[in-house]
Structures are given as structure tokens and as C-alpha cells.
Design a protein around this ligand. Sequence first.
Ligand code: ADP
Length: 257
Amino acid sequence: MDATDEIIRFDKVTKRFGGNTVLDDLCFSVAPGKHVTLIGPSGSGKTTILRLLMTLTRPDEGTITVDGEYLTHEERRGRLVPAGEKHTREVRKKIGMVFQQFNLFPNMRVLQNVTEAPVHVLGMDKDAAEQRARELLELVGLGTKCNDYPTRLSGGQQQRVAIARALAMRPRVLLLDEVTSALDPELVAGVLDVLRDVARTTDVTMLCVTHEMNFARDISDEVLMFDAGRVIEKGTPEKIFSDPEQDRTREFLSAVL
Ligand code: ADP
């Protein structure tokens, strides 16, 4: 694949916590606009990948590239050196994340939750940010809730605000970490429907960690199966879910499906 066809690239990334090698010489890349799902047993390193992309943690070895730029490194006089805070912050602006816990600002109304970062981090004009926020809240089915406080909303509605808030930063990449696992079962479908709409109507690249295999099956262009910090198999959802090559993938799927 040509480098310009990659929005995310992990090149020989190793991450250890103490003596525990969580990611082991990991290489993978994601093409712009694609929807890629990471599956695999608990503890296989999926969330660590998202945390590395958010620079909440740093790789021990290897490099991560976002939209053609090194995330945690920069080139100085032809040499690759650890990046300064400013460089990392700029590259990270291309990435948005939705967490298991919605982490909305409880003291702000829904609309302000969505406009806060565009205005204060991107320096966007307040009226333009509000107009965009209203459009996004419409997209997630909450056009009528702009003036409510988050505590008035259900968990599913709060998570939909969190999705609108992430998209308001116009990220090139949206990271989704088990976004339905903190929700009551009856609220899961609404959030997944919103994400299907986002996938269909925007050009944002999505990297999802999920246990919702049906969602993974119908949203993904590609599924990566992880085991012990490596990608052991990847392919279209049709291939991975119906005809996996690896015994380990088959075992995992038969335990979760
Ligand atoms: P997954 O998302 O696939 O369940 P994780 O990426 O959350 O896996 O975790 C992979 C491994 O890394 C686990 O063994 C976990 O205990 C360990 N781990 C993750 N974060 C930390 C941390 N901050 N300190 C120590 N160990 C960690």
C-alpha cells in the first residue's frame, strides 16, 4: 500500500508494562475513510492501541504515523527523535475518541458540551461552532435536547452526545472503545444505529474495539483479530466471521457469538 493511502500506520510497535509485553512488534495500517474493527480476547492489547493513538501512553519501540505524520516522534536534521508536546498535540487533533464512560461535562448544557472544544481548542467562531453542533446533534437524534443538562439524559443519549462532541472537532479518525458496554441493554441499539449513520454519512475513518459482533459485522470494511499483542488474522467481516483461517479466531468467535 502506498504511504499516502494510510491514515494510521503502526510500524513495529512494542509496548510493555513492566515485564508484560502487551503489543509485540505490531504492524498494521488503516486506509482513509475505512471502518476497521479490532476483535480478540480480553487482554490482547486492543485498548492499548487506542490509548497509544490518543498519546495517553507511549510506545517502547516502533513508530505510529497518523495521516503521514509521526505521532510520538519527529524528524530533526534527518533523524527520528521523540516528539515534543506541541508536535504531538497538533497530530493528535486529527483523532477523536469516544470512551466506554461518556465523560460529558455535567455543568454544561448539551450544546455547550459539543461547542466547548471547537471554540477553546480550535479557536472556532462561537456561532459557527453552535451551528455545527446543532447539525451534529441532529445527526445523533438529539436535535431537541440542546438545552438539557447531561444528567437529564439516558446513558444512550449521553453517549450520542459524546459521539457528536468527538465529531465536532472534525477528526480524520474516530476511535471507539467499547462504546456500548456501560449501557443498559435496551439502549445499545440506538447508539449502534447512530454509529452506522456516522459511518454511512461522513468520511471519518473509524477504528473500533467492540464485543458487539453483529455491529462489527455490518459496519466494518476490515476486521483485525488480535491475540497476545499481535494481529493473527485480518480480512473482510464475511471472511473472518464465516470462514476464519486460524483456530484461535474460530475458538474466540465460538465463545462470543
Ligand atoms: P484489551 O483491550 O484487548 O482487553 P488491553 O489493551 O486493555 O487489552 O490490555 C492488554 C494488557 O495490558 C493487559 O494484560 C492489561 O492488564 C495490561 N495493561 C493495560 N494497561 C496497563 C497499565 N496502565 N499498567 C499495567 N498494565 C496494563
